[in-house]
Ligand binder design. Structure first.
Ligand code: HEM
Length: 405
């Protein structure tokens, strides 16, 4: 079955339910252009795939379809090609990069990250707070993570704003995307040179100080991977959480009420409405079977992270049968699992950015409400990423931080 169409945008869980009923936990799907892949939607099967990095590495070089893939295939930027970077390498080579990147991310002080978030969030809110209306996605959720990440890796703020523009052009696809990719690389190459000359307290300087040898290209590609992997996912985590808080009575009533409802909404989103619904992926190192299906060496497996989270077979035992998983149980797949999962310090950075951002927003604009009917809210046009394209809100205008006594 084709892996596109509006039903993925509108109600992916309904699509997953139908897939489960008709095909079971491992579904034969067709990528745009007619290329075959397996979508793993069973919780147990996804656990099996992500836990076994030898049999199912994230090694795009193994793909048995390469000879048929055209240069301009639209999913090529997402699927990637083998590269000396943390995201597009596998096995020992991947472990070498992960050893360097993980501690460099971990070295960021959580209190310092929170301070950056508060400052940058205030600045974004200042730009709209006296008007009484805003689009929370364009004005807040999209720019905040990239501005914070730019500071963490070591950019001065004015360059952070250019990185935000570059990533927007990249995400929009279109004719500007290729040029944006080049600019993205140039920014990172300049950053590596600047930090080599004058190290600071930032991710790039910690990567450079790591004792193993890496080339400048490797540093550059890893910095691109960190920023690209972190910005839209964190933005979508924020926008999906705010959407939930603005639309569900249960949250709306306690919206001004604080931190507990922010944490609950954010946790519920990771289970039910996560930013990465489907991830490409893993490739089988040899012929095997999975969920009763024959998998051939080089077949692509798409990780159905969003689907596995709602697998009824496992949901019962994880949540005690409740319809949502608000108990703080962290066994979801939103950040994937196993040796290629989102690094733990990256997950913590994402959590700090999203939580601080939402807290500052609710603190500054406590009477936020939607400016359009819920039915008019549109999702990102993708089966892979789940985000809200716009969240138009109104609120009582307030003074900017510069005007406060
Ligand atoms: C809500 C926010 C985020 C979500 C949902 C998310 C999700 C993911 C997922 C699903 C993967 C792929 C795992 C796999 O192949 O199994 C991944 C990888 C990665 N993420 Fe995140 N991520 C988030 C935020 C971040 C942030 C803020 C950073 C950087 C500070 C980051 C850095 C990375 C890196 C470097 C990888 C590659 C890891 C590796 O190959 O070892 N992510 N993330």
């Amino acid at each position: 079955m084709p892996l596109s169409g509006p039903s993925f945008q509108i109600e992916p869980q309904a699509v997953y339910r139908a897939m489960r009923r008709d095909h079971g936990p491992v579904v034969p799907v067709e990528l745009p252009g007619g290329f075959p892949a397996w979508l793993v939607i069973g919780y147990r099967e996804l656990h099996q795939v992500t836990s076994d990095g030898e049999l199912f590495p994230r090694d795009v070089g193994l793909w048995n379809q390469w000879e048929h893939i055209p240069q301009d295939w639209p999913l090529l930027p997402m699927v990637g090609r083998p590269l000396p970077s943390i995201y597009f390498s596998a096995g020992d080579e991947h472990r070498r990069h992960a050893r360097m990147v993980g501690p460099a991310l971990e070295g960021a002080d959580p209190l310092e990250i929170r301070r950056h978030c508060e400052q940058l969030a205030d600045r974004l809110i200042d730009a709209v707070c006296s008007t009484g209306t805003a689009d929370l996605v364009a004005d807040f959720c999209e720019p905040l993570p990239v501005l914070v990440l730019a500071r963490l890796v070591g950019f001065p703020d004015d360059e952070g704003a250019s990185i935000a523009r570059v990533l927007k052009d990249l995400a929009d696809g279109g004719p500007g995307a290729q040029e944006a990719h080049l600019r993205f690389g140039e920014h990172m190459a300049r950053l590596v040179a600047a930090k080599r000359a004058a190290p600071g307290d930032d991710v790039t300087s910690r990567m450079l100080a790591f004792p193993e040898e890496f080339t400048d290209e490797e540093y550059m590609l890893d910095l691109m991977a960190i920023t690209a992997a972190g910005h839209l996912t964190t933005a979508d985590w924020m926008s999906n959480s705010l959407r939930l808080m603005l639309t569900e009575d249960e949250f709306a009533q306690s919206m001004a009420g604080g931190r507990r409802s922010v944490a609950e909404a954010m946790n519920e989103v990771l289970w039910e409405d996560g930013p990465t619904q489907i991830l490409a992926g893993r490739w089988a190192a040899r012929d095997t079977r999975l969920g009763g299906r024959p998998i051939r060496a080089g077949d692509m497996l798409l990780l159905g992270l969003g689907a596995a989270n709602t697998d009824p077979l496992i949901r019962q035992s994880l949540t005690g049968g409740g319809s949502s998983a608000q108990g703080g149980n962290g066994a979801h797949f939103a950040f994937s699992h196993g040796e290629y999962r989102c690094p733990f310090p990256a997950q913590e950075i994402a959590e700090t950015i999203a939580r601080t951002g939402i807290e500052v927003l609710l603190d500054r604009l406590p009477d936020l409400r939607l400016r359009v009917p819920v039915a008019d809210l549109v999702r990102r046009p993708s089966a892979f990423l789940r985000g809200t394209t716009a969240l138009p809100v109104r609120f009582t205008p307030v003074r900017t931080t510069g005007d406060l006594p």
